[in-house]
Design a protein around this ligand. Sequence first.
Ligand code: MLT
Length: 260
Amino acid sequence: MRPVKDLRLDFDERGEGPPVLLIHGFPLDRRIWDAQIPVLAKRFRVIAPDLRGHGRTSAPEGPYSLDLYASDLLRLMDTLDVAKFAAAGHSMGGYILLAMHRLAPERLQKIALVTTRAKADDEAGKKNREATAERVLAEGPGFLADAMAERVLAANPREDVVRQFRAIIRSQNPIGIAEAARAMARRPDATGDLASIRVPTLVLLGREDKLVPPEETRAMAAAIPGATLVEIPGTSHLPMMEQPEATTRALFEFFSGEMK
Ligand code: MLT
């Protein structure tokens, strides 16, 4: 693992009980979990970090990788004296959670994979990532905030959700976004690892997901032994913001072992 002395990692910590780590996606930060944190904190010790280069965490020079984000989070949990924990990862956060499972499966007690996938990018996808990285470094994140609101949210999204989603993206550091795009382009295909997952797993998908096709997420769930699949209607790629109550309920019931 790479030393992280160059990193100032910022996070929220709320509640008491079994630890639950919440990992946000791209190009976002921990504010996506604002609706979930207070409810989960009634039963759990919730730890919601901003990844390297995102939110209030510092943005050291790259290159970044999914393993590096995963190592940052494992070190954070070491610092907090947390040996074993449950975790949820949204989209890129799910890629990171799968990397964490590859690096340190013994530390994970339960995992929730939220609107994410196991496959790597194809060649066209990799080219798009590099174009995004170069454009964001040249122009800043404004164009992504507009383009992604169109591409990522379900039809007729709530005004406040669109506003918050754009505001989160606009506030991100261009270095962090560019490095995340490049890290995702380089990520390995995790499909072959799915059959070896032995921890209880929840796979949560948005029925109208425009970014990760639901059939890809369903296939991922089918490849994980014993995984529970929950499909949330009326949401695309950001169920925690588009359908916060249903998402919170699914995560709460899964982490507390009350899922029917
Ligand atoms: C995310 O939501 O984290 C990313 O958009 C996922 C991706 O681009 O592959």
